[in-house]
Structure formats: C-alpha cells, structure tokens
Design a protein around this ligand. Structure first.
Ligand code: ADP
Ligand code: ADP
Length: 229
C-alpha cells in the first residue's frame, strides 16, 4: 500500500457562502514508501491548501485521503511537518533541545530517551552543538535545521514540507536541499515537498506532481529520470 493516497480531492473555502472559493478541484496522486515527491505549481495553485488537507489542518470538501491504507480522519501521528516560516514555528524562549524534544514529550517519551534522541537528530541535521542555545541565537538556515530536526525527532513515516527553503539565501538553500537528500537517504523517509521552483523539484525529487489552473487540477505527473542519489 502507498504511504499516501489522494483521490479526487477538492477543497472549497467558505463553502455555501457567496464568497466561496474552490482552491483545488480534482487532485489525485499517490506516494509510495521511500519516494520523494514534489508538488509544483504557481502561486495560488492550491499547494498549501493541498498540504493542509493532507496534514489534517484543513478539512477537504470532498475526495478521499488515505495514510498507509487507512482513511485519514485526524492528523496522523506519524507525520512530520516543516513550513516556510520556521522562525515562527519554533519557540524562541525554549532551548533548541527543548524545541526538538517537544513532539517526543507530547508522545510521552521519557526524559532520558528524549535527550538521547534530541542529540541524535540534531547531529543528523548537522547541528551537534546547539542544544543549550536558543533559536534566536542561530541563523535562518540553522533555525530551519532545528525545525527539520523537530519534525524528524519522532521518526515520522511521511515528512511534509511546505516551501521549506523559500526564505533563506541561495547558498543556504543549496545546503538545506542537500541536507534533506542526506536525511532521506540516511533514514529512508518518504517526503512530499511543495515548491513553486521547478528547478528545485527536479533537483530533489523522484516524481513531480504539477498543479495548475484555477481551481487547480493535477496537470501532469512527471517522473524525474535521473535521481540525484
Ligand atoms: P499556493 O500555496 O499554491 O500559493 P493556496 O493553497 O495558498 O495556493 O491558495 C489557493 C487558492 O485558495 C488561492 O486562490 C487562495 O486565495 C485561496 N485560499 C487559500 N487559503 C484560503 C482561505 N483560508 N480562505 C479563502 N481562500 C483561501
Ligand atoms: P556538481 O557539478 O559538483 O555535481 P551541481 O551543479 O550538481 O554540482 O550542484 C552544486 C550544488 O548546487 C549542489 O550541491 C546543490 O546543492 C545545488 N544545486 C544544483 N542544482 C540545483 C538546482 N537545480 N536547484 C537547487 N540547487 C541546486
């Protein structure tokens, strides 16, 4: 069974009201275990809407979503999320270690085990020495690494990323792209990443789902012939 199955997904904001807006019309695709899929489309194509429906942050109007074969009714526990505005998604009054450990604490992982996994995952993202520092002491790219570490701390089956590299400079973006490819290789994780940048999608992914039109539909699903790994 695929990790993620999206069938005929439609999302209408303010449904039934005069200002109703159909953001996505008929989106279908599926993601197999270990795959890296990019969702590409221009601004307004419904990419964020699609990710919010998949992550349970928004309710689809119709269609079917299944996570590891089970219809999706609430936010799956085995989902990691990384957004563009990492600066806001981290708690700046908590240390980096505490930020990364929050999902583990929420899942009742005991303190000693939590500390072990926090160190492990911060090392995985290339930040072995920042545990006792605070996010505001780090550069934007390092903060995004902390956000990625937090999403990875509980070993998610699926990592969902929404324009995760959009607000960093070009060199940092290249570094983070290579980091995510390394993480994917090391952990064998399944990734769905949204971007408006087709070059980034080609560089990162095995398969690209192209959204376009208004309301958007899947226009094309393209296999990327030369994987980077
Ligand atoms: P993208 O991420 O591709 O830029 P979005 O998913 O943000 O696209 O938006 C798709 C469409 O849905 C846009 O026309 C946008 O204006 C509309 N939209 C997004 N969020 C909302 C909302 N909360 N309420 C009403 N309309 C929305
Ligand atoms: P080389 O020629 O040494 O193989 P590449 O040209 O493949 O190097 O890439 C150099 C760096 O630029 C890579 O480490 C990668 O981070 C980044 N990079 C290359 N192509 C792209 C792309 N299309 N989009 C984003 N980053 C890219």
């Amino acid at each position: 069974t695929p990790v993620l199955d999206v069938e005929h997904l439609r999302k209408i904001y303010n449904e039934g009201k005069p200002h109703a807006k159909m953001a996505i019309d008929d989106v279908s695709f599926s993601v197999d275990k270990g795959e890296f899929v990019c969702i590409v489309g221009p601004s307004g194509a419904g990419k964020t809407t699609l990710l919010r429906c998949i992550s349970g942050l928004a309710q689809a109007s119709s269609g079917r979503l299944a996570f590891e074969g089970t219809p999706l009714t609430s936010v799956p526990d085995q989902l990691g999320l990384v957004f563009q505005d990492y600066g806001r998604s981290l708690y700046h009054w908590f240390t980096n270690a505490k930020n990364v450990g929050l999902p583990l604490a929420a899942r009742g992982v005991p303190k000693a085990e939590r500390a072990r996994r926090v160190s492990e995952v911060l090392a995985e993202v290339g930040l072995p020495h920042v545990e006792q520092q605070y996010p505001w002491e780090l550069s934007g790219g390092m903060q995004q690494r902390v956000a990625i570490a937090r999403a990875l701390s509980y070993h998610p089956d699926l990592l969902l990323m929404d324009e995760p590299f959009a607000s960093v400079d070009a060199q940092t973006r290249f570094d983070l792209e290579d980091l995510i490819l390394k993480v994917r290789r090391d952990l064998g994780i399944t990734v769905v990443l949204v971007t408006h940048d087709i070059d980034e999608a080609i560089y990162l992914s095995d398969r690209i789902v192209v959204l376009s039109g208004s309301p958007s539909k899947v226009r094309e699903v393209v296999d990327v012939p030369l994987g980077q790994d």
